[in-house]
Design a protein around this ligand. Structure first.
Ligand code: NDP
Length: 325
C-alpha cells in the first residue's frame, strides 16, 4: 500500500494526512455508528489522521456518532485530529444561536459540540461561514479565547473571503491573540477560484493552510451521474434536491467521461484521479474525502496511487478539459 504523506497545516506545526475524512451528509443520514466505525477504521488503517465534522451536520448527530465511534474504537486522543465548525446553529432561527459568530454563540457552541463528541477539546475549530453582522474583532477575540481555554487547539475559517481572513489575521497579530491558521474552501477540478486565485497571496503572507472540501464535487467527479441519478446516491436524497441540477449537468458529465479516459490510461478510477488532482496542489494541506460506504473509503484512499502517477502534463490535460466552456 502507498504510504500516506503528512503535511503541516500551512505554517503551523500541526501535521495532517494528505487525505482526511469528513462526515457531511453521511454520518447520521446515511450511516449509523456501526458503519461509521467501519469507515473510520479503514481510513485510519490507510494513514488518515484527520476527521472533519461540524455542529450543523445532521443537526448535531454527526458529532455524536463520530465521538461514539471513536470511543468504541478505543483510539488514543493523541493519535487523531478532529475538527468542528460553528455558524448556523442547530436550535432553529433563535437570536444569538443561529447564523452568527458572536461571542455568546461561539462560547456556548463549543461547549455543546464537545458534549456531543464526548471530548475535552477539538484540534481545529472553524468559523463555518463569515458573519457580516458581527465585528470580525469580536469573533477573533472569542476564537482566540476558546483556544486559550484549551477547548480548541487551533482555529480557522471556512468559505471566508481573502479580505476577511487577512483582516482576522491582522487583528490577532495586533492584539497578540491566537491567529487563524487554516481555511476550509471547496476545491475540485470544477471549483478552483478561491484556492487558485483569491487566496493566492495568503499562503506566503500569513502561512495559511487549507483543508479542502468536496473533492468529487459531491460525487459528480466519480462518474456516477453520467447515466442519470443512481438510487441511494446523494442526488437522490431528500433535502439535497438543490444539488441534482449540478450533478446531472450534461456538459459537466461529458467532461467526466473524458477524465475517465485519462483515468483508464493511468489504471486508476476517475474518483482516484480527481482526488489526486486536489492533493497535488502544494497549498492544500489535506483533501477531505467524503464517502457513504466502506467500499468508497477504500477506493478513495487509492488516490495516493493516482498521485504517484499524476504528472504535470496530465494535470494540464485535466485542467484543459475542466475549464472548457
Ligand atoms: P465529495 O465531493 O468527495 O463527495 C462525497 C460523496 O460522493 C460521497 O458521500 C458519495 O455520495 C460519493 N462518492 C464518494 N466516493 C465515491 C466513489 N468512489 N464512487 C462513487 N461515489 C462516491 O466530498 P463531500 O462533499 O462529502 O465533502 C467531503 C467533506 O468535506 C465533508 O464530509 C465535510 O467534512 C467537508 N465539507 C465541508 C464543507 C464546508 O462548508 N466547510 C461543505 C461540504 C463538505 P453518495 O454515495 O451518497 O452518492
Amino acid at each position: 500500500m502507498t504510504q500516506m504523506p503528512y503535511n503541516r497545516l500551512g505554517r503551523c506545526g500541526l501535521q495532517v494526512s494528505a487525505l482526511s475524512f469528513g462526515s457531511w451528509v453521511t454520518f447520521g443520514e446515511q450511516m449509523d455508528v456501526g458503519l461509521a466505525k467501519d469507515c473510520l477504521e479503514i481510513a485510519r488503517a490507510g494513514g488518515v489522521n484527520f476527521f472533519d465534522n461540524a455542529e450543523v451536520y445532521a443537526g448535531g448527530a454527526s458529532e455524536q456518532i463520530m465521538g461514539r465511534a471513536i470511543a468504541e474504537l478505543g483510539w488514543e486522543r493523541h493519535s487523531y485530529v478532529v475538527s468542528t465548525k460553528l455558524f448556523w446553529g442547530i436550535h432553529g432561527d433563535v437570536p444569538n444561536m443561529s447564523n452568527t459568530l458572536n461571542r455568546k454563540y461561539l462560547l456556548q457552541g463549543i461547549d455543546r459540540s464537545l458534549e456531543r463528541f464526548g471530548l475535552d477539546f477539538v484540534d481545529l475549530l472553524y468559523c463555518h461561514r463569515p458573519d457580516p453582522n458581527t465585528p470580525i474583532e469580536e469573533t477573533v477575540w472569542a476564537m482566540s479565547d476558546i483556544v486559550s481555554s484549551g477547548k480548541a487547539l487551533y482555529w480557522g475559517t471556512s468559505e471566508w473571503s481573502a479580505d476577511e481572513i487577512r483582516a482576522a489575521w491582522e487583528i490577532a497579530e495586533r492584539h497578540h491573540l491566537h491567529k487563524p491558521v487554516v481555511e476550509q474552501p471547496q476545491y475540485n477540478l470544477f471549483e478552483t477560484r478561491k484556492v487558485e486565485q483569491e487566496y493566492a497571496r495568503l499562503y506566503e503572507d500569513i502561512g495559511l493552510g487549507l483543508t479542502t472540501w468536496s473533492p468529487l464535487a459531491s460525487g459528480l467527479l466519480s462518474g456516477k451521474y453520467i447515466d442519470g441519478v443512481p438510487d441511494g446516491s446523494r442526488a437522490s436524497l431528500p433535502g439535497y434536491e438543490w444539488l441534482r441540477e449540478l450533478l446531472t449537468d450534461e456538459s459537466q458529465n461529458q467532461k467526466v467521461r473524458e477524465l475517465m479516459v485519462i483515468a483508464d490510461r493511468l489504471e486508476v478510477s476517475v474518483a482516484q484521479l480527481t482526488i489526486a488532482w486536489c492533493a497535488k496542489n502544494p497549498n492544500v494541506s489535506t483533501v477531505i474525502l467524503g464517502a457513504s460506504s466502506a467500499a468508497q473509503v477504500e477506493e478513495n484512499l487509492g488516490a495516493l496511487v493516482a498521485l504517484e502517477r499524476l504528472s504535470d502534463d496530465v494535470v494540464s490535460e485535466m485542467n484543459a478539459i475542466a475549464k472548457r466552456r
